[in-house]
Design a protein around this ligand. Sequence first.
Ligand code: F0G
Length: 457
Amino acid sequence: MKTIIEPFKIKSVEPIRFTSEEERRSILAEAHFNPFLVKADDVLIDLLTDSGTSAMSAKQWAGIMEGDESYAGAKSFFRFERTVKELTGMSFVIPTHQGRAAEKILFSIIGGKGKFIPNNTHFDTTRANVEFSGAEAVDFMTEEGRHPEVEADFKGNMDIAALESFIRDKGAANIPACFITVTNNSGGGQPVSMANIRDTKAMLSRYGIPLFLDACRFAENAYFIKLREPGYADRSPKEIAQEMFSYADGVTMSAKKDAIVNMGGFLALNDESIAAQARTLLIITEGFPTYGGLAGRDLEAIAQGLEEVLDEHYLKYRIRSVAYLGDKLTAAGVPILRPPGGHAVYIDAKRFLPHVPPNEYPGQSVVCDLYVRGGIRSVEIGSVMFGKYATDGSLISPPLELVRLAIPRRVYTQSHIDYVVEVVIDSFKHRERLRGYAITFEAPALRHFTAHFRRLS
Ligand code: F0G
């Protein structure tokens, strides 16, 4: 059979509140044309993020009841620790309330002024945590990763040659760790190949620099390796994930993605001295080492989710359903970043709205139109999120202007996705009517969350 079905039945449902286009027009204006400021109840299909928005399984909910809430030494911690150790091979496992808390703790220890942290592409909170420590965050995306229209298997890969010349230039002593983000979220949810992880590790070893994986979407990355990299077709997603982790010295993880839970994260690593310092910071900012920032029930749900996410039926459905959205849009001529990513489809707003220049935020214009037209909430990943100002006040734009349609795990069915396809195609048909935006208010950091906009006439 050709049809790939959702590998689950639905036991509990949440109603969607329907709104009219007219209502949404005024809701958006009240939210200053920033969908982050729209109430979730006013959204029909919420594709803002795949983070913390997953549907948990019956077994995960059962784990919630099983959770051991003892302050110290809870049995839920030991189940969580066992699962993470078995998967990652790391010696020390430190639970945190979400991914950025693990980042904050790690960079407080290894970061600081004069240090550099390379990454294939930093996610925004990772970059913010590196920079907050005083260190500099540097991206090393490969050339093919920079071109949305190029079809390639592993556009998330690290540019190893560029990274090595950077290390020679800055000195290995100033580079306390190098990161690879799997899949590469800011680069379009694109996977990193096993060969690239292995070769990056081999090169870093010559300089004595540890490799960390930002492993939020490790299972999706593992499944892409299975599908696309020679030699992996017959290996299980778990074996592939274990091999990925075998090249790493440490892991930061937001469990809100590939552990299929609503809250949680961890730091896992092999260096005993960093682990000891991290535990001290953990006690100050998160909690005692056997619960960190989480309740016992959360640890149970994460342990269960880490097992479920590696199920091959689940991953086949997951990767295929995102590709289904991307391929339908491509077939209708809508420009997207190709190929579709693991957790999201990214519309290429530069080609969608060639008449709106980057300093009028074409991505924001598409985001606003999808909301008004169909109640779909998406997020701009372009000049709003990453734009900086030159000394003369002009905008310095990032290379890509994207709109991310992130798909929550196990939440929406094929008909929801068909509806999204219809709305995006309709928006594309009317693209000439879309106008740019100007920012009327912005915070000094991570401005996209709270910015206010005005529509240009
Ligand atoms: N690293 C990556 C690659 C991420 O995508 C995220 C979160 C984090 C770290 C931080 O994890 O949210 O648990 O603190 N990404 C979400 C997103 C928010 O929408 O892509 P967190």
